[in-house]
Design a protein around this ligand. Structure first.
Ligand code: ADP
Ligand code: ADP
Length: 230
């Protein structure tokens, strides 16, 4: 039933920092799980175990029952969308080119790529004709994050990992991005694990909220209403 299973994972960095303590956590298929906690509580480390940017020092992460450590990393990452705070778009490529430049779309013919890119930009409420030809610096911060989301969705990933995806966006743009993203999630049913330090964002977006504390311990795992009423 769990799409992602953190099975007794722990991460102690080379300098002795315990980022994640012994932790068990299941993420259900189609769920949007938010990971919230103070800076340094191991949220990013935990997230990055899934796409193997971090190899845990104990335990294992299972994706659809398979230990990710045994899956070819490139193949693994093709099935996982990854969105970070400052999406890292190529500055000298247009928005459309940025979305088209993902491994999953390489080798597609031009017509099919164009259609897919237009579909993805529309999904995140950008206009392919208007925003497609622009360069990243010609967009607002919120629009750039939308492009990052579109790019991450390009290959129909089973899982989306998002690390403070809206963190650099002004409060107003942030609110509309949150609403949009919740809609996209409901529409596509992609399993999402989202890191945030903002408790309001965590309870607004999460089907369940995992609260981490210093030292990478899981304090609480509950639906938003329960977390709120604490
Ligand atoms: P969060 O995402 O909750 O802010 P992180 O997972 O980024 O937490 O970091 C958890 C802890 O691990 C912090 O104390 C951080 O300083 C430490 N840490 C993160 N990455 C490294 C690293 N590459 N080497 C050593 N310590 C690290
Ligand atoms: P090329 O260099 O092959 O003529 P571009 O560099 O203009 O193509 O664009 C790269 C990719 O992005 C192409 O696959 C193209 O189909 C797609 N693309 C370019 N502009 C748009 C747009 N406005 N809407 C959707 N897709 C676009």
């Amino acid at each position: 039933e769990a799409l992602i299973r953190f099975d007794g994972v722990g991460m102690t960095y080379a300098d002795g920092t315990v980022a994640v303590d012994h932790l068990d956590l299941d993420v259900a298929a189609h769920e949007l799980l938010t990971l919230v906690g103070p800076s340094g509580s191991g949220k990013s480390t935990l997230l990055r175990m899934v796409n193997r940017l971090v190899e845990p020092t104990r335990g294992r992460v299972l994706l659809e029952g398979e230990d990710v450590a045994r899956v070819d990393a490139a193949r693994l990452r093709r099935g996982i969308g990854y969105v970070i705070q400052d999406v890292g778009l190529f500055p000298h490529r247009t928005v459309a080119q940025n979305v088209a430049t993902v491994p999953g779309l390489l080798g597609w013919d031009r017509r099919r790529t164009r259609e897919r890119v237009a579909e993805l930009l529309t999904l995140v409420r950008l206009d392919p004709a208007v925003h497609g030809p622009r360069y990243p610096h010609e967009l607002s911060g919120g629009q750039r994050q939308r492009v990052g989301v579109a790019r991450a969705l390009a290959t129909h990933p089973k899982v989306m990992l998002m690390d403070e995806p809206f963190g650099a966006v002004d409060p107003e743009g942030r609110r509309s991005l949150q609403t949009e993203f919740r809609r996209i999630h409901d529409e596509l049913g992609t399993t999402v694990v989202m890191v945030t330090h903002d408790i309001d964002e965590a309870v607004l977006l999460g089907d369940r909220v995992a609260v981490l504390s210093q030292g990478g311990r899981l304090e609480q795992l509950a639906p938003p209403a329960v977390v709120l009423s604490r």
